[in-house]
Design a binder for this molecule. Structure first.
Ligand SMILES: NC(=O)c1ccc[n+]([C@@H]2O[C@H](COP(=O)([O-])OP(=O)(O)OC[C@H]3O[C@@H](n4cnc5c(N)ncnc54)[C@H](O)[C@@H]3O)[C@@H](O)[C@H]2O)c1
Length: 362
């Protein structure tokens, strides 16, 4: 298969490229502007060649990287030439960034997606897999499923909803087989640059700094391990008869941020890192309170379900961060030692009074 992957140097992209490259038969082309991704992330999973001239994709296995912006519509058309499928991951990836700069979020996520749909239409690329999120749905009574009316809370949710809308339109009007996957909260190796909760907790603890919990920690998410997600993306790229569909891709389990915190702390303790400081901050704008998914449609139509348990996933992730830290320092891991206590920093006085010190269970 010849696959064009946008955002292939990022967290999800580099894991996807590694999985595809390991099959040893695919030609993979990546378009990435390296704004959050890196050559190093890509190089950790495969050998690649950097190229400027994007002609038709060659036959035979191999990985090539084109440094470029998905907002460049000419590049999109050239990059997609000869591809069998496009996996469109490149994006302004997150609520916080979209709140800071909604216009940029719109440009990258909406125009960028339109560019690759156009490239698929003009280049007769059969399939385009679009990286969406539960953010389009916004506040609703979970579990979130594909039939819930979308009412985004954040600009990020709005731009991903626009992407889903264009995917639907390009399937129905032009016959491009689009598949939109609404990823849960993905964690795992390769996520060191992410500000998602698991990555942030681990990186902050390893730096010996205070872990921050927004609000009371009772907000819930559906945490999905990266290998499960990569399997879902590959199925979405290959399965017949799913053009125009949207799938929730998550575990179906509701987990609070406090529970994740406890898991991460327990795993760090196993690695010899004992005393970790936690502070509660104001809830973030645009964050929803409860979020987990009903994944029965993916089970039925893709034959997919999450397989990696939270315990196993967190253990693998912590161990990856520790290895990375050890490699960077060139010395054995030295645990950070600070006092265990919980702050109400940033909360107003009434909520600070209500914030009880949270004893992290061993
Ligand atoms: N990680 C998650 O939990 C999660 C959840 C839901 C949806 N998603 C979606 O999955 C996709 C991948 O997310 P990720 O976690 O790997 O993020 P990431 O930031 O690690 O990867 C995004 C990649 O896209 C590249 N990129 C960004 N803007 C670009 C542009 N204008 N032109 C070209 N390349 C650009 C970055 O350099 C990076 O390599 C995104 O679309 C994101 O919205 C991620």
């Amino acid at each position: 298969m010849k696959v064009l992957i946008t955002g292939g140097c990022g967290f999800i992209g580099s894991n996807l490229v590694r999985a595809l490259a390991s099959e040893g038969i695919h030609r993979i082309r990546i378009v990435d502007d390296l704004s959050t991704g890196s050559r190093d992330a890509l190089a950790a999973g495969c050998e690649f060649a950097e190229t400027f001239a994007a002609g038709a994709m060659a036959e035979g296995p191999g990985v090539e990287l084109i440094i470029g912006d998905v907002c460049d519509e000419d590049l999109a058309i050239r990059a997609a030439e000869g591809a069998d499928a496009i996996v469109h991951l490149a994006a302004n990836a997150g609520v916080a960034l979209s709140v800071q700069d909604p216009r940029r979020d719109c440009r990258v996520n909406v125009i960028g997606t339109l560019n690759y749909l156009e490239a698929a239409r003009k280049g007769r690329v059969k399939r385009l897999v679009f990286a969406s999120s539960s953010a389009p749905v916004g506040e609703c009574d979970p579990p979130i499923h594909e039939r819930v009316a979308a009412r985004p809370v954040s600009p990020y949710g709005a731009s991903k909803l626009a992407g889903e809308g264009y995917c639907s339109a390009y399937f129905r009007t032009f016959g491009v087989e689009t598949v939109a996957l609404r990823f849960g909260n993905v964690y795992g190796p390769g996520s060191a640059h992410k500000s998602s909760v698991v990555a942030k907790f681990i990186a902050t603890a390893l730096a010996g700094e205070t872990l921050e919990v927004y609000g009371d920690g009772g907000q819930t998410r559906d945490f999905l391990y990266i290998d499960d997600l990569v399997r879902a993306v590959l199925l979405a790229a290959r399965s017949p008869g799913i053009g125009g569909e949207i799938f929730q891709i998550a575990t179906g389990r509701e987990t609070t941020v406090s529970e994740i915190l406890q898991d991460v702390v327990a795993e760090l303790r196993r690695a010899g890192i004992h005393d970790i400081e936690v502070a509660h901050r104001e809830p973030r704008l645009g964050d929803v309170r409860r979020n987990f998914s009903d994944t029965s449609k993916a089970e039925k139509m893709l034959g997919w379900r999450a397989e990696v348990s939270r315990g196993e996933g967190i253990a693998k992730t912590v161990s990856w961060f520790l290895e990375k830290q050890a490699a960077a320092s060139g010395s054995p891991i030295r645990p950070a030692r600070v006092a265990t206590r919980t702050h109400g920093v940033g909360l107003d006085s009434s909520r600070r009074a209500a914030a009880r010190p949270e004893k992290i269970r061993e």
